[in-house]
Design a protein around this ligand. Structure first.
Ligand SMILES: *[C@@H]1O[C@H](CO)[C@@H](O)[C@H](O)[C@H]1NC(C)=O
Ligand SMILES: *[C@@H]1O[C@H](CO)[C@@H](O)[C@H](O)[C@H]1NC(C)=O
Ligand SMILES: *[C@@H]1O[C@H](CO)[C@@H](O)[C@H](O)[C@H]1NC(C)=O
Ligand SMILES: *[C@@H]1O[C@H](CO)[C@@H](O)[C@H](O)[C@H]1NC(C)=O
Ligand SMILES: *[C@@H]1O[C@H](CO)[C@@H](O)[C@H](O)[C@H]1NC(C)=O
Length: 776
């Protein structure tokens, strides 16, 4: 293993090299763009520059000074400067999915700062089931972003991350970007990441100034990119009220209500016939009305143009522009609104008030970021300096996230961990084992440094040799003989297979779930030839059907490492050699290849036995998965017990006599119970967890609930809480889950209304169940 010090020396040399190569003017920081220069008294005296006034007032003042010709250009993602008022240009589009990214337009890695910490792709980070970790990652990214801005390398700090769409179908190319298939996990991820990125505390409240702005996307029911000719730009997602309420909307609701996100992005697709960016009900009524959203709503890039063009929903460009601005969208990624807003006003389809409404949200946001407070160097966040980017702390966090996410899927006869002193030689097979950027996934930035799995393994066992085996990850052609020869000659074989961005990504969904090309043949041949059972490491975002490997006794261990980010090679090696005890658990169901007969376009979550539709995700899928949601082994064994019967009975009799029941009298409508009664209906579950050894480890404890029946679309089970605990070998701990009946035990009916069933509910941890009774 490479020591911490060696790694530092390495990154130091990289930095030094870059410094020497760059012309000197690039190294000195530039002035970040800002409005309201205190040195300019004629600007400084304008009301919109007075930081003592409330933002609403300042924005009103600013908008009142603008002409229509100055206003409409502000409605696109490239907002030009307004020189007569000292307002600089602004670039709304930047990305920070798992580290400050070079995607988008606002961030430039061409100055003092030329890289940023690249955390694991989100699907792997989700597998830690650790909200504190998700928060710390958001926080680290926010700090790096501010440093980049302070160095004059950012023309905006509005990041269009996270992607919290439900990973509904295993073929989705962007599933890798999401926290998985479960609404509770996705909601918690959204809240934690957004609070970290925006600079709020973990638990609540809102800081007076945004550190950066986060954006929950893609609102809503967006999870198909390009599958068999169905493309996201025209796809009409037909979604039931029930699925909308308990699957597609929860991450967005939490993102806004608890996460206090300052942006939502409406998606490309239609939902039940209406393009989401033109849906007043979704944008204004739901987010602003019901959820209290007070940020800005961005369109996905060019999705307004599609409403008239590809989608054919509107009859003219002006109508499309009027539709979206009147629905509540504020900013168009692209220039379509910029182009057609004035003619829409002239045609009286749009009023200047509609434009002012949008501008209000946009300028408020820029003020909340502090960009109208004068030179940021003299403000609170102005002291975040370049050395906080790629700091040791952040790089260690990237390693921690990779280690905590990686899932041990198989460990037959305890093949792992390998003992360093006993392994004299390793054969590494796989086309990606020695290619750093293949670890990063999409929407990344230039990483601080990447250690490939091959290099990391060499640092443990110097006699480590590599054969690609396949020319590319697609593995159309193999060099099986060469790989077999290597396998015969070494103590252990570690084979890196899976997918890459040529096989799953934005705009590219898969049509198969099995490993691509001749990967399976290569794996099996190597496994047959090797002296001992081999170790299979899967690098992929979406799940793969590896049934053959599950049952092959010559494949001793299987690890799923997602796209583990810049520190992923090291994390994998540390797990293989027992320097870290794996604890990650799958955030998505691994389906068998048969699942590909299900049309990806079918948005229904619930199974329909009459037509053979199997349903989706662990909550509804009636088939047998290859690996289930929440699956993951460890080098230790853990056991659970429910403690204390205190939370076994919940009485509804206190103030419920007037409450509305459902027609069968078996359930209460949550809405009619009201928030006061709902607050009272809290209970707790105490779970005792023991690590039976032999190693200390971090372990996510997942708490599910289920109903006595699955009638009326009740999920088979539903994750209601989780905690990640560190336990020494032999240690036992009691974990308390604070639960509220209205939130955690309720369900959506077919019309989308939520109800609480009387009678039995069951809490589940591992194999253990605990009954909770709701008594009226
Ligand atoms: C103050 O700002 C205005 C608008 O940008 C500009 O026209 C003017 O020259 C500035 N004055 C000084 C003293 O810099
Ligand atoms: C960095 O790139 C941006 C965008 O291309 C450009 O506007 C800027 O001038 C560049 N900065 C330097 C120092 O080269
Ligand atoms: C920056 O300043 C703030 C207060 O103005 C302070 O809390 C923070 O610790 C400072 N950060 C650094 C890196 O100096
Ligand atoms: C509710 O019912 C329980 C059990 O019957 C009883 O102990 C309790 O006093 C009742 N509470 C109220 C407010 O009626
Ligand atoms: C509903 O429950 C109440 C109270 O238990 C009972 O009095 C009533 O008859 C029930 N109604 C029906 C339709 O079952």
């Amino acid at each position: 293993m490479r020591t911490e010090r060696e790694l530092h020396v390495l990154s130091y040399f990289n930095a030094l090299l870059l410094l020497l190569l760059l012309p000197p003017f690039l190294v000195s920081p530039l002035t970040p763009p800002f409005a309201c220069d205190p040195a300019n008294s004629s600007i400084q005296k304008l009301d919109f520059c007075k930081t003592t006034l409330p933002i609403d007032k300042r924005v009103d003042d600013l908008i009142s000074r603008l002409t229509l010709q100055e206003k409409t250009p502000q409605l696109g993602d490239i907002a030009p400067a307004i020189p007569r008022l000292g307002i600089p240009a602004y670039k709304w589009w930047s990305e920070a999915l798992h580290g400050v990214s070079s995607w988008g337009r606002g961030i430039h890695f061409n100055g003092t700062i030329h890289s940023a910490t690249n955390f694991p792709q989100v699907i792997l980070t989700a597998a830690s089931f650790n909200p504190q970790l998700w928060y710390r990652i958001g926080q680290a990214i926010g700090i790096e972003a501010r440093a980049i801005y302070n160095m004059g390398q950012a023309e905006g700090l509005t990041f269009w991350s996270p992607n919290v769409n439900i990973f509904r179908d295993p073929r989705w190319g962007r599933g890798q970007e999401t926290p998985g298939e479960d609404p509770t996990t996705a909601s918690k991820y959204a809240v934690s990441f957004v609070r970290g990125l925006q600079g709020d505390s973990f638990s609540g409240g809102r800081s007076p100034q945004l550190k950066t702005s986060a954006c929950c996307k893609h609102y809503t029911a967006y999870d198909l990119d390009n599958w068999k000719g169905n493309v996201r730009y025209t796809f009409d997602a037909r979604v039931t009220d029930q699925d909308m309420e308990d699957t597609y909307q929860p991450p967005f609701r939490s993102c806004v209500k608890e996460g206090q996100a300052s942006c939502i992005m409406c998606s490309y697709n239609r939902v039940n016939g209406v393009p989401t960016c033109a849906d007043y009900n979704l944008l204004s009524k739901t987010t602003r009305g019901l959820w209290g959203f007070d940020g800005y709503i961005a369109s996905d890039c060019d999705s307004v143009a599609l409403i008239y063009g590809a989608d054919g929903y509107a009859k003219s460009a002006e109508e499309a522009v009027a539709d979206v601005l009147q629905a509540g969208m504020d900013m168009n990624c692209g220039d379509y609104v910029q182009k057609y807003a004035i003619s829409a006003v002239q045609e009286k389809k749009l009023s200047e008030n509609d434009i002012n409404r949008a501008l209000h949200n946009l300028f408020s946001l820029r003020m909340r970021l502090g960009f109208f407070n004068g030179n940021p160097i003299y403000q609170d966040l102005g002291n975040i300096s370049a050395n906080q980017v790629c700091s040791k702390e952040h790089q260690d966090l990237a390693l921690e996230a990779a280690r905590d996410g990686i899932v041990l899927l198989k460990n037959r006869a305890i093949v792992l961990p390998l003992s360093r002193s006993k392994v004299r030689s390793i054969g590494v097979v796989g086309p990606n084992a020695n290619i750093g950027y293949k670890l990063l996934g999409n929407y990344g930035g230039p990483p601080c440094e990447v250690i490939t799995p091959l290099d990391a393994l060499k640092s443990y066992v110097s006699n480590t040799r590599h054969v690609a085996g396949c020319a590319t990850t697609a593995c159309a052609s193999t060099s099986i003989n060469e790989a077999v020869k290597l396998a015969r000659s070494v103590d252990y074989v570690i084979i890196f297979m899976g997918l890459d961005q040529d096989l799953e990504r934005e705009d590219l969904d898969r049509v198969d779930l099995v490993l691509p090309g001749k990967q399976q043949r290569l794996i099996s041949s190597v496994a047959r030839a090797a002296r001992r059972p081999i170790i299979l490491v899967l690098l992929c975002g979406g799940p793969v059907d590896i049934t053959f490997a599950k049952s092959d006794r010559r494949i001793g261990a299987i690890l799923w490492a997602g796209y583990p980010g810049e520190a992923g090679g090291l994390a994998i090696s540390q797990i293989i050699f027992g320097d870290h005890n794996p604890g990650g658990r799958l955030p998505v169901t691994w389906y068998p290849q048969e699942f590909t007969t299900v049309p990806m376009t079918d948005m229904r979550m619930r199974a329909d036995p009459s037509s053979g539709y199997p349903g989706r995700t662990y909550r509804f899928y009636t088939g047998k998965p290859v690996y289930r949601f929440g699956y993951g082994l460890s080098y230790s064994t853990y056991s659970y017990e429910f403690k204390a019967k205190a939370g076994s009975r919940i009485y509804l009799n206190s103030s419920m006599s007037l409450q509305k029941t459902t027609s069968d009298n078996q359930s209460y409508e949550i809405k009619s119970l009201g928030s006061i009664a709902c607050r009272k209906l809290k209970f707790s579950a105490v779970v005792s967890v023991k690590n039976h050894g032999p190693m200390a480890g971090k372990h996510p404890v997942l708490l599910f609930s289920r109903w006595p029946t699955v009638e009326h679309g009740r999920p088979m089970k539903q994750l209601i809480g989780f905690k990640n605990v560190h336990l020494e070998a032999g240690q036992r701990i009691n974990l308390m889950f604070s639960l509220r009946a209205c939130e955690h035990l309720s369900r959506a009916q077919s019309d989308g209304t939520k109800v609480l069933d009387k009678g039995s509910h069951f809490l589940i941890v591992g194999e253990k169940e605990h009954e909770v009774n709701i008594i009226s």
